[in-house]
Design a protein around this ligand. Structure first.
Ligand SMILES: [Zn+2]
Length: 460
């Protein structure tokens, strides 16, 4: 059976389409997208402009519970590393039920904000003492259940974490929940593979970073992954911090991105998370390999990481996605705004994400985040095109920020001028409406669960 929706305006991969008939099949995939149509009386009409849903390429779900709690100064030189100390203290306490409650609340927030899929960069594998659970996939299962309950699309990326610094430095006690041998990681992937298939989730792998995975292990685990699924996505944190670049130079004589490009088969399967500190050559080489640069603009701003050179990346036609990472903000529009504003502040220039062929900044940002996010997710979620999943957003045309505007202006106002209110009326996943009038059906119960767990963790 084919389902239909008629949209007066829909943002297609090649730009805004007028009078678009959207059709999807029983599997929730686009069957046909036809412009210039006249709808029959029986065809339902979208109440506002239709946009593709945005894939969130980077999430550490549990960190949602500490968002906003580390905004005070404990040292004059507070930085990423002092934030990480607090994050570890929180991570030490978390049990599987609490992780599921946090993730459920978070995924509801994501869906309501227009993120229709998420890549979980998941490193909390073991219990608080670092012992392997009876089922080593226990914590991963919490995430799978949260995704199933809320309906969000999931790419699960179990994280390999072994050392606390370059050159095989032993892990700290605070990292005991993260640690796996390459063999144990491959067994975990084996265990997760059928579970992910059953839930239509994509399984990939995340070597945490070059400081956490020695070269031999990296090679071993990549070979194992290839044997299992030679197209599975691979994500890695890289060059987020200047200190990390310096430590990598001291260890290998190379910068992190250069080292990775020289020592790993980096290609379109790879997502380089942050990649904030690349030199001119690294920008060029990484873009040529077809990687996705994984940008987390509000988290990178919150942690004082530095500013990604988006302009340079665009010159090399580099692909990119956005992620909410630490979840200091859970909103694609806000992250896209932050991305553009960071560039304006650094370059003292306006409309940086636009170019000669795409002068509209909000559209350029939205389309880029959808295309790159879908590649990083390894799932068919690349927007309103036949064969992709029918994941879409309907903007609210009577929201004060949008009312009376053209669809192009509505998108720009949604990204730049909705002042922390949401101008989203509906969010559909695989052709099913999950968010109506701005709310997910589980909103109240999921938010109550998240709040309760945060209180428990703060008390403990
Ligand atoms: Zn991260």
């Amino acid at each position: 059976m084919i389902s239909h929706l008629f949209a007066e305006h829909a943002l297609l991969p090649d730009g805004w389409g007028r009078d678009v008939l959207l059709q999807w099949n029983e599997q929730g995939q686009w069957h046909a997208i036809l412009k210039g149509q006249t709808p029959g009386d029986h065809v339902p009409r979208a109440t506002g402009p239709v946009l593709p849903g945005v894939p969130n390429f980077h999430s550490h779900a549990f960190q949602r519970a500490l968002a906003g709690l580390t905004e005070y100064r404990s040292h004059a030189s507070d930085c990423f590393w002092s934030w990480r100390t607090l994050m570890y203290r929180f991570a030490e306490k978390l049990n599987p039920e609490q992780l599921e409650a946090i993730a459920t609340g978070l995924y509801v927030e994501m869906l309501e904000a227009g993120f229709t899929s998420v890549c979980e960069f998941h490193y909390l594998h073991h219990d608080a003492q670092g012992h392997v659970y009876a089922d080593p996939a226990e914590m991963s299962l919490s995430l799978l259940r949260a995704a199933k309950r809320t309906g969000i699309g999931l790419t699960l990326l179990p994280v390999l974490y072994q050392t606390s610094g370059f050159g095989g430095v032993a892990p700290t006690p605070g990292q005991c929940r993260f640690i796996n041998s390459a063999e144990a990681m491959l067994r975990l992937l084996d265990r997760l593979r059928p579970l992910c298939q059953a839930e239509s989730a994509r399984l990939g792998l995340a070597p945490h970073s070059l400081r956490a995975v020695p070269p031999d292990s990296l090679q071993e685990v990549l070979a194992g992954l290839d044997a299992m699924d030679a197209t599975a996505p691979i994500h890695i944190h890289i060059a987020e911090q200047r200190a990390e670049v310096d430590a990598c130079l001291a260890w290998s004589g190379q910068r992190p991105v250069s080292w990775l490009l020289d020592h790993a088969p980096v290609d379109e399967r790879w997502c380089l998370v942050h990649a904030t500190h690349m030199d001119a050559q690294e920008h060029q080489r990484a873009a040529q390999r077809g990687v996705v640069a994984g940008l987390c603009p509000t988290t990178e701003a919150n942690l004082g990481d530095g500013i990604f050179e988006f302009n340079t990346w665009q010159i090399h036609k580099g692909k990119w996605g956005i992620g909410s990472d630490s979840h200091i903000t859970v909103h694609p529009a806000e992250d896209l705004m932050m991305l553009e504003y960071s560039q304006r502040l650094a370059l003292r220039q306006r409309n940086v994400a636009a170019n000669a062929t795409q002068p509209d900044v909000a559209e350029a940002l939205w389309q880029g985040a959808v295309a790159g996010g879908a590649q990083a997710a390894g799932r068919p979620v690349a927007g309103l095109a036949v064969g992709q999943q029918a994941d879409f957003i309907v903007l609210d045309p009577v929201h004060p920020a949008l009312a009376g505007l053209s669809p192009e202006m509505m998108l720009a106002s949604h990204v730049f001028a909705s002042s922390r209110t949401s101008a989203i009326a509906q969010v559909w996943l695989s052709g099913q409406p999950l968010v109506q009038e701005g709310r997910h059906a589980l909103h109240d119960v999921a938010m109550a669960g998240l709040v309760q767990v945060r209180s428990q963790l703060l008390k403990g």
